[in-house]
Design a binder for this molecule. Structure first.
Ligand code: PLP
Length: 238
C-alpha cells in the first residue's frame, strides 16, 4: 500500500507540474498577442481518467473540466463536486438527444450542439432545469470546419441558417463555436475559419485547441482551449 500511495503522489505531482506548464504557455501566448491571460479559459479534459487522477489537478487549483460522455461524467463528478462545489463542467463530446436532460442537469457549458433534433431536446430541457434550479448551461455550436464526413458539426456554409433556426424556432441562445480540426492537417486555417465565423455571427466564445495546438488556437483568438493529455498524461486508446 505504501508504494501504491507514493506512486499516486508522484503522478499527482506530475499532473500539477504539467498543469502549471500549460497555464504558463497559455498566459505567455495570450500576452504575446496583446490579450489578457484571463481571457482564455483552460478546460482540463479529464475523460477516461478516474477521480484519483483528477483530485491532484483540483488540489492544484484547476476548476474547469471537460468530459466527452454524459454517463462517465455522471459517475465521476457528483462526488468530486461535493468537495469542490465551484467546479465548472463542460461537455465536449457528442450528445444524444435522449441524454439532453441529464446533460443539462450536469454540465455548465455544452460545446457540441450539432443538429436540430438535439437543439429541440435542449430547448425542452433547459427551461425545465432553469425553473427547478435557476441554472442553465451555456451553449456552443460545433462546426465541421474540415467537412469530414465521419465528424459531427455544422458545415460552415450552413451555419448561418442553423443559428437562425436555433434562435427563432427553438429560442436557444448560442454563445460560441467549437471545432476539432482534421487530424492530418495544420490546425491554424481551421482555427482562423472558426474565429471568422464567430466574428461574423457576433458570437463571443471560441472553443478550439487541444494538447498539440492550444498555443496556435490562443494566437487565433480561442477563449476556451480543451487540453487533456498535456495535463493528465497519456490516455489509453478507447
Ligand atoms: C479528448 C478531447 C480533447 C483533449 O485532447 P488532448 O489531445 O488530450 O488534449 C479536446 N477536445 C475534444 C473534443 C476531445 O474529445
Amino acid at each position: 500500500m505504501a508504494s501504491a500511495s507514493s506512486t499516486d503522489t508522484h503522478s499527482g505531482n506530475e499532473a500539477a507540474g504539467r498543469l502549471a506548464a500549460v497555464r504558463d504557455a497559455i498566459a505567455r501566448t495570450a500576452r504575446e498577442e496583446g490579450r489578457a491571460p484571463g481571457d482564455v479559459t483552460l478546460v482540463a479534459v479529464s475523460k477516461t481518467f478516474p477521480a484519483d487522477d483528477i483530485l491532484p489537478v483540483l488540489e492544484a487549483g484547476q476548476r474547469v473540466f471537460g468530459e466527452n460522455r454524459v454517463q462517465e461524467a455522471k459517475a465521476k463528478w457528483p462526488a468530486l463536486r461535493e468537495r469542490y462545489p465551484d467546479v465548472e463542467l463542460h461537455l465536449i463530446g457528442p450528445l444524444q438527444s435522449n441524454k439532453a436532460r441529464e446533460a443539462v442537469a450536469l454540465f455548465d457549458v455544452i460545446h457540441t450542439v450539432d443538429r436540430e433534433s438535439l437543439a429541440a431536446a435542449l430547448a425542452k430541457e433547459i427551461p425545465r432545469e432553469e425553473a427547478a434550479t435557476g441554472r442553465r448551461p451555456r451553449l456552443l455550436v460545433e462546426v465541421n470546419t474540415g467537412l469530414e464526413p465521419q465528424k459531427a458539426g455544422i458545415a460552415p456554409a450552413e451555419l448561418g441558417a442553423f443559428l437562425a433556426r436555433l434562435r427563432d424556432h427553438h429560442g436557444l441562445k448560442i454563445e460560441g463555436l467549437m471545432c476539432i480540426p482534421p487530424a492530418d492537417e495544420p490546425p491554424s486555417p481551421h482555427f482562423a475559419l472558426l474565429a471568422k465565423l464567430a466574428h461574423d455571427h457576433g458570437l463571443p466564445l471560441l472553443s478550439m485547441g487541444m494538447s498539440g495546438d492550444f498555443e496556435q488556437a490562443v494566437m487565433l483568438g480561442a477563449t476556451h482551449v480543451r487540453v487533456g493529455s498535456a495535463i493528465f498524461g497519456h490516455r489509453p486508446p478507447l
